[in-house]
Design a protein around this ligand. Structure first.
Ligand code: F0G
Length: 454
């Protein structure tokens, strides 16, 4: 299983220096920008000869799905040639992440007016969110570096994922979360996997700021998405999506935007695959944010992506309640390179879209549903055309925020429900504990349906 790999180098996004001196929160000491993983070996041969063999690798990656080797069974590490970040693969810590399903949505396709609509459900990862694909790489790197403690600030998914992988790796971990602003499910999960959890009376941005100072002063390794090794693992969502589409490039990939690590990772994967000759052209990668947390939207509108416009974040989609996204510059580069759009959606639109995904038997957490809500807007604007193929990235499992679902279906989520929201509302029914009462309920619904069809 062990194999010596050609290893990544880190490059500054700002001044482009290779392997610059860096701070503990992964910024270039010279210019303060974030770092990204690059692979000089891919640039050799003067571009005349392909450094990797796309058709051989596409075959090998698929074949690994039938292997019994834990690394091959991981939907991250089976693509290891595109993320050579470890000097020894024996350090890899895996929970069989990735290999998540790509589903076709029929009703939502009809309603949004696109023929081919897919969701890549990253919520089907071991801890229920896309974070696992990046956590396997960053925790493996932490183990290789010999660190003892890892840490993150989180709206709940990163913390759940970090806690699980740290437990598997035998590392101690510290979590900073905004007090009372993450779902009970995510908090429970993080505690269950054994993380030390500090609830701070601030928001996610405040937690991250404090953690950036903590890691400068204490010997603890930051695994938020500022850490470039996280994003390398998260690239695999895009690689796997293409594999599942038979390497036919979709026209659009739509991603929720919070701290903007995921959109950056997906964009990076697509750009690398294009450059390495795996795909002939790029899809447009669009980023959708919640109205009350639309820092990237405002950054694009007000500064054309030149400087970050931070906002005081608010949204019921707590996973993306982020006002000062760390990876904003990387996300701007992805929007520019792929020609994607950046839009926001309202709370009502998120709630209706989420219920619609649920009603198709798929389900996701609120932050993921911004993608379908965003698609409706992009269709209205004509940015997405009827004949085009669209993939929505669903980032979290339906049970991540059960409280939101119960409040939605009992009509208590928002002061005012839109018509779309009302059409999906499905409250539980209290009935007496006898067969007659249950049959009455059944008849009421049978008659309602018959009435609707008449
Ligand atoms: N969707 C879900 C379910 C998330 O948990 C997050 C981020 C995002 C989308 C946004 O992704 O930050 O890469 O743009 N959650 C982080 C957390 C912040 O701490 O769990 P992003």
């Amino acid at each position: 299983m062990a194999s010596k790999q050609k290893i990544a180098q880190l490059r500054c996004m700002g001044c482009s220096s290779l392997e610059p001196a860096q701070t503990a929160d992964f910024r270039c000491v010279q210019c303060g920008e974030l770092l990204e993983a690059v692979y000089p070996a891919w640039q050799q041969n003067g571009g005349k000869q392909r450094p990797l063999n796309p058709s051989a690798l596409k075959k090998a990656w698929l074949q690994r799905r039938t292997s019994l080797d834990p690394l091959d069974q991981s939907g991250v590490w089976r693509f290891r040639e595109l993320l050579p970040i470890l000097s020894d693969l024996r350090h890899a810590v895996t929970l069989a992440e990735g290999n998540t399903p790509l589903y076709r949505l029929q009703q939502s396709a009809r309603q949004s007016g696109v023929e081919q609509l897919y969701v890549k459900h990253l919520g089907m990862n071991p801890t229920g969110s896309f974070k696992d694909t990046g956590m396997t790489t960053v925790i493996s790197k932490a183990r290789e570096l010999g660190v003892k403690w890892v840490a993150c600030a989180s709206t709940g998914n990163t913390s759940s994922s970090m806690a699980a992988y740290a437990a598997r790796a035998g590392l101690k971990c510290l979590v900073l979360v905004p007090q009372d602003k993450i779902s009970v499910g995510k908090l429970s999960q993080t505690l269950e996997y054994g993380a030390i959890v500090c609830q701070l009376p601030t928001d996610f941005d405040g937690c991250l700021q404090i953690l950036s100072q903590v890691v400068q002063q204490a010997s603890i390794y930051l695994v938020n998405s500022a850490n470039p090794y996280r994003l390398e693992g998260q690239k695999t969502a895009a690689i796997e999506m293409l594999e599942q589409l038979g390497w036919n490039v979709p026209d659009h990939v739509i991603v929720p935007g919070g701290n903007l690590g995921n959109s950056s990772a997906i964009g990076k994967a697509l750009l690398e695959l294009h450059e390495l000759g795996f795909i002939p052209h790029l899809p447009k990668v669009s980023v959708i944010q919640a109205e009350g947390s639309r820092a990237l939207v405002r950054t694009m509108q007000e500064t054309k992506g030149e400087s970050l416009v931070s906002v005081k974040a608010e949204t019921l989609a707590t996973a993306i309640r982020i006002g000062s996204p760390v990876s904003w510059r990387k996300a701007v580069n992805v929007l520019r390179a792929t020609g994607g759009a950046c839009e926001y959606v309202t709370e009502q639109e998120i709630a209706a879209a989420k219920a619609q995904i649920g009603a198709e038997g798929i389900g996701c957490e609120p932050a993921s549903a911004v993608t379908l809500a965003g698609l409706y807007n992009l269709r209205k604007q004509g940015f997405v055309k009827p004949r085009e193929t669209v993939v929505l990235m669903l980032t979290g499992h339906v049970l991540k925020d059960a409280d939101y679902i119960i409040r939605f279906h009992s009509g208590q989520l928002l002061p005012e429900a839109s018509e779309a929201m009302k059409s999906f509302c499905n409250p539980p029914i209290k009935a007496e504990a006898n067969p007659k009462a249950v049959i009455e309920v059944l008849e009421r619904f049978t008659n309602e349906k018959a009435g609707a069809l008449a």
